[in-house]
Design a protein around this ligand. Structure first.
Ligand SMILES: *[C@@H]1O[C@H](CO)[C@@H](O)[C@H](O)[C@H]1NC(C)=O
Ligand SMILES: *[C@@H]1O[C@H](CO)[C@@H](O)[C@H](O)[C@H]1NC(C)=O
Length: 244
């Protein structure tokens, strides 16, 4: 998703440079916004089909080969494995708002995902004094996932050097659906444990928004600038439009 925002931003700023100076700034902002919306609509196809030319795999649905992770954090150590993992819904987004404010050099947006979910078989083997061994199937969904954000940028007057100053992202989720099998061998406890997970994730996403926003900003700002690097605007547009 990071790359969705990145591409949106770059398209915005590129169009900004090319826009007629005589065009009123508010109209400029509107036309840039519609270019971004078109870009994001085209990007859906990249998610669905991948782009061999640019080494992008199909991401909707995204399948992962069997893999396992070693966990080693203090008291907890063990392995966590997934098999037959499939993530769905990254392409099922609706752009609610997309506004470019060329005066303030910022882009604000609101994008809604109907359901981002995964199914997988999992396998956990953890030791922490006692041993936890679990395996089974799992389904997990974030429904009505809303991503509101604001990206501030600067554009060098003479060099046209684009720099991202700040990325603020506020996610919220309407409903979390967790159906992980075999957390407990008793069906009623299993449901209870899933409910605890649903509540925990809902609260984490919806109530820690400032924390999440700050964290994303710290992480994403340098990553965006690094990704932009010396890649030209036409490279980015080629990825969006001619990717398949
Ligand atoms: C998972 O997400 C996809 C794409 O958003 C959606 O079509 C599908 O109904 C979801 N699966 C379930 C079981 O909710
Ligand atoms: C749940 O765990 C038991 C015992 O570890 C295992 O026999 C069973 O296959 C698991 N259920 C599923 C659906 O994988």
């Amino acid at each position: 998703m990071k790359s969705v925002f990145l591409i949106a931003l770059i398209v915005a700023l590129g169009s900004c440079q090319g826009a007629e100076v005589t065009e009123p700034l508010s109209a400029q902002g509107r036309s840039i916004s519609s270019v971004i919306v078109d870009g994001l609509e085209a990007f859906r196809g990249v998610l669905q089909n991948g782009s061999p030319k640019y080494g992008l795999p199909v991401m909707a649905p995204m399948q992962l080969a069997k893999r396992s992770f070693e966990i080693n954090s203090g008291e907890f150590s063990g392995t966590f494995g997934v098999e037959n993992f499939e993530l769905q819904g990254l392409d099922e987004y609706e752009i609610i708002t997309m506004n470019v404010d060329v005066f303030r050099s910022r882009l604000t947006f609101n994008i809604n995902f109907a359901s981002v979910n995964f199914t997988t078989d999992y396998d956990v083997d953890m030791g922490s004094g006692y041993r936890i061994k679990r395996n089974g199937g799992a389904f997990f969904a974030l429904e009505d996932l809303n991503i509101q954000g604001r990206i501030s940028y600067s554009l060098g007057v003479f060099t046209s050097q684009l720099r991202v100053k700040d990325v603020l992202i506020y996610p919220s989720v309407g409903n979390v659906n967790s159906q992980i099998e075999n957390l407990s061998k008793y069906r009623i406890f299993n449901r209870k444990l899933n409910e605890i997970i649903e509540e925990f994730v809902t609260l984490t996403v919806n109530e820690n928004t400032d924390f999440v926003a700050t964290w994303v900003s710290e992480q994403a700002t340098p990553i965006c600038n690094e990704l932009i690097g010396d890649r030209t605007l036409s490279d980015i547009i080629a990825i969006i439009t001619g990717g398949n």
